[in-house]
Design a protein around this ligand. Sequence first.
Ligand code: HEM
Length: 142
Amino acid sequence: MSREWVEALHIISLVCWFAALFYLPRLFVYHATADDALSDERFKIMERKLYRGIATPAMIATIGFGLWLASFATEHYLAQGWFKTKLVLVALLIAYHFTCRQLMRQFQAGRNTRKHQFYRWFNEAPVLLLFGIVVMVVVKPY
Ligand code: HEM
């Protein structure tokens, strides 16, 4: 597969990953305010399907195509400050992804104690990471 196809698939998969990482915490906001059993069950199903059906496969594809892209010029990329910073920000994004899993499991077990305000702030973190990662890889500031 050509480098251009790998980069296109890298960008398509990261868009899917971010769509899920923006929507899942939003579901947590509404789930934290739900006080009837029907809504609680509906949010559990929606969160589980979004996390397993979109977020996780998209994360694996983004990282897989990213590593494939890096393999075209590994030494060159590893010598770039912007690329190393990008990898640190991507590591934070992966940590955010698994924190979402932890929080989802607490909702699944009926053990969520956090209020909707917490999830509104929590929902902002991927925006900052997206900003940082895209600036690093497109602007390449250093
Ligand atoms: C381990 C994970 C990742 C690796 C190894 C990786 C690696 C790469 C590499 C080597 C390129 C080509 C850069 C160039 O030559 O200009 C690239 C492009 C790109 N990456 Fe990643 N990436 C990863 C994750 C991500 C994530 C999570 C995002 C989310 C925003 C992202 C956004 C982009 C974008 C927007 C481009 C296209 C840049 C352009 O065409 O100018 N990457 N990535």
